[in-house]
Design a protein around this ligand. Structure first.
Ligand SMILES: Nc1ncnc2c1ncn2[C@@H]1O[C@H](COP(=O)(O)OP(=O)(O)OP(=O)(O)O)[C@@H](O)[C@H]1O
Length: 243
């Protein structure tokens, strides 16, 4: 039995997707090497099309949590499931496959490749999971258009401004219609006006595409676009409304 539902076939233009793109985290605990506890008893469920922001003091473990959700780091206890697939049950090759097919990343270090065109950069996640070059190009162009760069597909990434690069990163994170989008300060270093535009694009694309999105941020303005804002503490995640 394959470890994950395959999105490779339906990540193309037609793009039907499963109804439940849900992240389910249960009783997660993590200590840093050396023993200091970061958090314990952490529960989190994010529904398809829902955008959740995680805030918290510097050093509390937000990036560590994001890495655990991505299967890039291991928790000490608890479980993470993406569309019902529990990460702890996967070997490294299966985790890599799940990341490619089911997760989109918008991390601070964008890894946009300067000597590829915008279309090639955005197409990369799809090229890893689908052999259909024509569909890949069409989908990459549609994503570029959705972030306002539809006429720039054949231009090179090295010529972009910071804000344009962030928009390419968002288009690339969403191009394969991932079940889960993980974003770490997606608008870091942008001026407030550009940040607001980029965030609106991000949230709109996640909601319309039915992806569950988790954004880690220090910015109140960034957190404000989320459906829920959760504060990370040593006791886990606390709803800002007290829930
Ligand atoms: N490999 C490691 N060895 C020891 N300590 C580590 C290691 N990785 C992370 N830490 C510590 O774990 C804590 C949590 O780090 P993390 O980057 O997750 O916090 P954060 O909430 O994202 O912080 P910030 O908001 O400042 O980015 C920090 O105190 C960090 O120093």
């Amino acid at each position: 039995m394959p470890p994950t539902p395959s999105r490779a076939e339906h990540a193309g233009v037609a793009g039907t997707r499963a109804a439940a793109g849900t992240l389910a985290v249960s009783s997660l605990a993590k200590s840093v090497p050396g023993g200091r506890l970061l958090f314990a008893g952490l529960d989190l469920t994010v529904a398809a099309g829902e955008v959740v922001a995680i805030v918290g003091e510097s050093g509390v473990g937000k990036s560590t949590l994001l890495n655990i959700l991505a299967g890039l780091d291991d928790s000490d206890a608890g479980s993470v499931a993406i569309e019902g697939t529990v990460l702890g049950g996967l070997d490294e090759a299966q985790r890599t496959k799940l990341r490619r097919e089911s997760i989109g990343f918008v991390f601070q270090a964008f890894h946009i490749l300067p000597y590829l065109t915008l279309r090639q950069n955005v197409a990369l996640p799809l090229a890893l999971v689908s052999p259909d070059a024509a569909k890949i190009s069409a989908r990459a162009d549609a994503m570029l258009a959705s972030v306002g760069l539809g006429d720039r597909g054949t231009g090179y990434a090295r010529d972009l401004s910071g804000g344009e690069m962030q928009r390419v990163a968002i288009a690339r994170a969403l191009v394969h219609r991932p079940a889960l989008i993980l974003a770490d300060e997606p608008t870091g270093n942008l001026d407030p006006a550009t940040a607001a535009t980029v965030l609106a694009l991000f949230a709109d694309a996640a909601r319309k595409g039915g992806s569950a999105a988790v954004i880690v941020t220090h910015s109140r303005a960034t957190a404000a676009i989320a459906d829920r804002i959760l504060t990370l503490t040593a006791d886990g995640l606390r709803d800002q409304n007290g829930g």
